[in-house]
Design a protein around this ligand. Structure first.
Ligand SMILES: *[C@@H]1O[C@H](CO)[C@@H](O)[C@H](O)[C@H]1NC(C)=O
Ligand SMILES: *[C@@H]1O[C@H](CO)[C@@H](O)[C@H](O)[C@H]1NC(C)=O
Ligand SMILES: *[C@@H]1O[C@H](CO)[C@@H](O)[C@H](O)[C@H]1NC(C)=O
Ligand SMILES: *[C@@H]1O[C@H](CO)[C@@H](O)[C@H](O)[C@H]1NC(C)=O
Ligand SMILES: *[C@@H]1O[C@H](CO)[C@@H](O)[C@H](O)[C@H]1NC(C)=O
Length: 226
C-alpha cells in the first residue's frame, strides 16, 4: 500500500518534472507567436513605386527588378504600392491629363489604377502590370487586352471602373500624391520605402525594406542580406 503510494507519487513527480519545462516553454512560445504575428501586420513596410507605363526604364525595372519583391517571402512584410502617374500633368484650361509619353500612356495608367484598386490584390494587379510592361518593352503595348486573357483575369470590372468615373478619381489621387512627394521626384521610376526616397539606389529596395522592417520574424530575403 505504502509502496504503491510511493510509486504513484514518484510517477506523478517524474511526470511533472518531465512535463513542466516543456509546458512552460510551450506557453512562452505561444505568447511570442501572438506578439510576433500582430507585429508582422503593423510592421509592414511600404514600398511605393511611382512610375509611368510607357517609359522603358520603368518597364525594365518592373519586369527585371521589382518582381524580386515576390522572392524569398519579401512580399510578406511589404505593402507594395504601385502609383501609375509618372510625369503626367493636368491641363488647367480643360482639365485633361497630359502624359509624358502620349495618350496611350494615360490610357494604361487608368487601366492599371483600376486594376490596383478594384482587385485590391497585389498578386493579381502586379501580374497584369507586369504583363503590360512586358508588352511595352516588346513594342506591342496595344495588345494590352491579351494580358487579361493570358492571366485568366476578368477585364469587365476594370473597364467598368475605367468608364464609370472611378478611374478618373484614382488618377487624380495618384497625380496629387506624386505632385506632393517630399522631396519631389527627380526621375522615374521613383521608389520610396516608408518615407525615404531611394533616389538612384532604387534597384536596392530589398536592403531598404529589410532595414526599415521592425518585426521579429524576418523573411528569407532579409536573412541573406544581413
Ligand atoms: C490645354 O487645353 C486647351 C483647351 O482645350 C488647349 O487649347 C491647349 O492646347 C491645351 N494645352 C496643352 C499643353 O495641351
Ligand atoms: C465603378 O465600377 C467599379 C468596378 O466595377 C465599382 O467598384 C465602382 O463601385 C463603380 N463606381 C460607380 C460610381 O459606379
Ligand atoms: C504605409 O502606407 C499607409 C497607406 O497606404 C499609411 O497609412 C501608413 O502610415 C504607411 N506606413 C508607414 C510606416 O509609412
Ligand atoms: C510619413 O510622412 C507622413 C506625411 O508627412 C507622416 O504623416 C508619417 O507620420 C510619416 N511616417 C513615418 C514612418 O515617418
Ligand atoms: C535590375 O536587374 C538587372 C538584371 O539583374 C540588373 O542588371 C540591373 O542593374 C538592375 N537594375 C537596377 C536599377 O538595379
Amino acid at each position: 500500500m505504502a509502496s504503491t503510494k510511493l510509486v504513484f507519487s514518484f510517477i506523478v513527480a517524474s511526470f511533472l518534472v518531465f512535463l513542466l519545462p516543456p509546458s512552460h516553454a510551450a506557453s512562452h512560445s505561444d505568447f511570442e507567436d501572438i506578439k510576433i504575428s500582430s507585429s508582422i501586420d503593423s510592421q509592414m513596410v511600404n514600398l511605393s513605386v511611382y512610375y509611368e507605363a510607357l517609359s522603358p526604364s520603368c518597364a525594365t525595372f518592373i519586369i527585371q527588378n521589382l518582381t524580386g519583391v515576390f522572392d524569398d517571402d519579401l512580399i510578406t512584410i511589404t505593402n507594395l504600392r504601385m502609383v501609375p502617374w509618372g510625369n503626367a500633368h493636368v491641363n488647367e484650361t480643360d482639365n485633361t491629363i497630359i502624359c509624358q509619353n502620349g495618350r496611350d500612356e494615360c490610357f494604361l495608367h487608368k487601366i492599371q489604377a483600376c486594376a490596383i484598386n478594384v482587385w485590391n490584390d497585389v498578386d493579381k494587379y502586379y501580374a497584369l502590370i507586369h504583363c503590360m510592361e512586358f508588352l511595352v518593352i516588346d513594342g506591342t503595348h496595344s495588345d494590352w487586352q491579351s494580358c487579361f486573357n493570358s492571366l485568366g483575369l476578368s477585364e469587365e470590372p476594370i473597364l467598368e471602373c475605367y468608364n464609370n468615373g472611378t478611374g478618373a478619381k484614382l488618377q487624380a489621387l495618384y497625380g496629387y500624391e506624386t505632385a506632393h512627394l517630399d522631396p519631389p521626384h527627380v526621375f522615374m521610376p521613383w521608389v520610396v520605402v516608408n518615407n525615404k526616397s531611394l533616389g538612384k539606389d532604387y534597384g536596392d529596395f530589398t536592403t531598404y525594406i529589410c532595414s526599415a522592417y521592425e518585426g521579429k520574424v524576418k523573411p528569407n530575403a532579409c536573412k541573406s542580406s544581413t
